[in-house]
Design a protein around this ligand. Structure first.
Ligand SMILES: [Zn+2]
Length: 306
């Protein structure tokens, strides 16, 4: 019980009207530098002073990856049917409705195909502001279809992960997506079509435990939180203090969980270079020559069946 009790509500302080228009400047959480919003946008939302990577949306991700920021979107219309009629502090249906209104998306992932530095590719990017980028049935299905599309067209696949994990409002159905996507990725692997996984802040839970870590190349952005369970849960379980920088990209790279940590400004060039190394070819259409749609060097049947 408290010693003192406030019987009256404190007087609300009047906020002084600011002369600076809202949203023009951003304070960097890394170095406390005040950055002009437009400067930040032209720098791919990376702080020009300390290279802090700000979180960006799924559409911005795809814009960053695809040439001229153009892509053809797939399976846009899929929405969750709320199969469990789930309610926590508020009904899941309402949460979905709010997220659809605020993000303009139907669920937490955008899938598209286009050219990545001239290479015809399929890419998916997750949207954190849609219920924490959580993976429900729709996200699972869209990513699976993206994998299948990549397989059909023999085009490399890039998935940009940004997720809090499986969507608890869809219970076991969301967990099944892990197995479904992994099975599709296994088929992609057998067909020798490259898959690059890009892990951004944050990539946790069921997403880390499934496709995020299954790339032929797992690339992370600097200082991204990547893990399965949160540090507090782990500390309580193992009853030990966790080391400095635990679950951050650089730590995971050192421990062999990741292949590379790449600055966002070099991400596209790095992915394109890796895809070319893995056998992907530039689409001749992109260079304005005769159409020979060969995205990947064909592999003979002997090599495919292992
Ligand atoms: Zn900074």
């Amino acid at each position: 019980m408290a010693w003192f009790k406030k019987t009256r509500k404190p007087i609300a302080a009047k906020e002084k009207a600011s002369r600076v228009p809202e949203g023009l400047w951003v304070k960097c959480p890394g170095c406390a530098q005040i950055i002009y919003n437009k400067d930040l946008a032209t720098n791919l939302n990376v702080c020009p002073k300390c290279a802090h990577h700000f979180r960006i949306g799924a559409a911005d991700r795809l814009r960053m990856l695809f040439d001229e920021g153009e892509w053809v979107e797939h399976d846009r219309g899929l929405t969750s049917t709320d199969p469990l009629r789930f309610t926590d502090t508020k009904p899941y249906k309402d949460r979905l409705k709010t997220s659809i209104e605020t993000t303009g998306l139907r669920d937490a992932v955008i899938v598209g195909s286009g050219r990545l530095d001239g290479i015809r590719s399929v890419a998916a990017a997750m949207e954190y502001s849609f219920i924490g980028g959580s993976m429900g049935v729709v996200v699972g299905e869209k990513i699976t279809r993206a994998v299948e599309r990549a397989l059909d067209q023999r085009q490399p696949l890039v998935v940009v992960c940004c997720s809090g994990g499986a969507r608890m409002m869809e219970g076991a159905l969301s967990l099944m997506q892990m197995a479904k996507i992994c099975a599709a990725l296994a088929r992609l692997d057998r067909a020798r079509v490259p898959f690059v996984s890009v892990l951004t802040d944050p990539t946790t839970g069921g997403v880390t435990a499934s496709f995020a870590m299954l790339g032929d190349l797992n690339i992370a952005e600097p200082k991204a939180l990547i893990g399965f369970a949160g540090p507090r849960v782990i500390e309580q379980t193992i009853r030990q203090k966790l080391p400095e920088g635990f679950q951050r990209s650089e730590f995971l790279l050192e421990k062999g969980m990741l292949d590379m940590v790449v600055d966002r400004r070099e991400m596209k060039a790095t992915i394109a270079g890796a895809l070319r190394f893995m056998g992907a070819r530039r689409d001749p259409d992109a260079l304005g020559t005769a159409a020979v749609p060969v995205a990947l060097a064909a592999v003979s049947d002997d090599a495919v069946s292992r």
